[in-house]
Ligand binder design. Structure first.
Ligand code: FES
Ligand SMILES: [Fe+2]
Length: 412
């Protein structure tokens, strides 16, 4: 049954107190900016999350902070502030805020400054620098949610690269794509061939053969196996994980090869940030298109055109055999699809098929969590005691017919 418009709104909207935005704010750490963008003592960056503007910065001693963008005095932007030892100093009247958001100096106030500073109301956010990303928790209270220890977080820097780009559509369109395995062999047929130099045969097979999907609930979300019959009494199984509220942890195309965690974080209702964490748990990555990108906060490239020229699709290239006419990057192909769906697409109009089970499950987990939050409960999938991010393993391989795909996970 198609989704109602009401549920579509509940699922997608995050701004101005929308329940989904409030649920995420309270129960999840939000990736804010790649660590490499923040130099110690360098410029603060404006970061928009859930429809609100913040600034992220790294103090001269290396500590990271995320604060409301507006100065608590008279609302000048702290993106313009000086980054001094001990905190950001607003350039308007010189108030200074430490990495926790506390006002520690108000030089234009006559009288007892310490007393005065204590009474300035501020929002305090916890920020951490892990896995090449500065994350922030924007919830109320002191007890932060459990940090998502995804498989890339504790790897050495040489084994991962982090890039992201702002995409002008709603975030759920991005999250859905990360769990939508039936688009990979179609939309990404050419890019997969190009990056694998002639083609990763198994990945390319995913186009020809409709998989059977088997799901398993997990305390962090779910995992599923996409199982395809192969010649010679064999099956090819790929196990992917969805980790609430937006992480797609993808099975590597080759055992011991690099793989990706995709996530799409809500900037506001009609904008998201698409993150690509590329990593190899076994060895250094070396140079990749990701690590060689000129700006890790603006990569992969968006489609080069506008709706008027079909987002810059290159039809000449298609005549020469390219699948999509978006040769820039695999991500560019996805972004072209999101843009063509519209800013927030109306899920009441879609017609789903058997391949859409994983996408449906993403939606139902998000909707369940937001309804639990609305009912005043801690969403089951955000319950700290139940969460075990260390269990998230995405693996794949060829097995004899009749073997349980769970044995792959065990072997890994
Ligand atoms: S507005 Fe920032 S110190 Fe006055
Ligand atoms: Fe894709």
């Amino acid at each position: 049954m198609a989704m109602t418009r009401e549920d579509n709104d509940l699922l997608t909207r995050v701004e101005n107190g929308a329940p989904m935005g409030e649920m995420i704010r309270q129960h999840y750490w939000i990736p804010a900016i790649p660590s490499s963008k923040l130099d110690a003592g360098g410029r603060p960056f404006r970061v928009r999350l859930l429809g609100v503007d913040y600034v992220a910065f790294r103090a001269p001693d290396g500590a990271v902070g995320v604060l409301d963008e507006s100065c608590p005095h008279r609302r000048a932007s702290l993106a313009l502030a000086r980054n001094e030892p001990g905190g950001l100093r607003c350039i308007y009247h010189g108030w200074k805020l430490d990495v926790k958001g506390e006002v520690i100096e108000a030089p234009n106030h006559a009288g007892d400054q310490q007393q005065f500073c204590k009474h300035v109301r501020v929002n305090r956010y916890q920020a951490v620098d892990r896995g090449g990303i500065v994350w922030v928790w924007l919830g109320k209270g002191d007890k932060a949610p459990k940090f998502p220890e995804l498989p890339f977080v504790d790897l050495p820097e040489s084994q991962r690269s982090v890039t992201s780009v702002e995409v002008p559509t709603n975030w759920v369109q991005g999250v859905e794509a990360s769990m939508d395995s039936s688009h990979v062999g179609v939309l990404h047929e050419s890019t997969t061939q190009i990056t694998a130099g002639g083609g990763n045969q198994r990945l390319l097979m995913t186009k020809a053969l409709a998989p059977k999907l088997e799901f398993e609930d997990q305390p962090y979300g779910y995992r599923y196996a996409a199982i395809r019959n192969m010649p010679g009494e064999q099956i090819y199984a790929r196990v992917n994980n969805f980790v609430m509220p937006w992480y797609g942890v993808i099975c590597p195309p080759d055992a011991h090869g690099p793989t990706t965690v995709f996530f799409s974080t809500p900037v506001d209702d009609v904008t998201h940030r698409a993150w690509f964490v590329h990593f190899n748990p076994h060895r250094a990555l070396g140079m990749t298109v990701m690590s060689a990108s000129p700006d890790v906060w603006s990569f992969p490239p968006l489609p080069p055109g506008t709706p008027a020229d079909n987002w810059g699709q290159n039809r000449e290239l298609m005549r020469r055999g390219h699948q999509t006419g978006f040769p820039q990057h695999l991500g560019t192909e996805d972004f072209a699809m999101f843009l063509s769906q519209g800013p927030i697409y109306d899920r009441s109009l879609e017609q789903l098929c058997s391949a859409d089970g994983a996408v449906l499950r993403v939606r139902s987990l998000l909707l369940k969590a937001v309804r639990e939050h609305q009912a005043g409960k801690v969403p089951y999938l955000a319950d700290n005691d139940a969460l075990d991010y260390a269990k998230v393993r995405s693996v794949g391989g060829v097995l004899p017919v009749g073997t349980d795909w769970r044995s792959l996970t065990e072997a890994a």
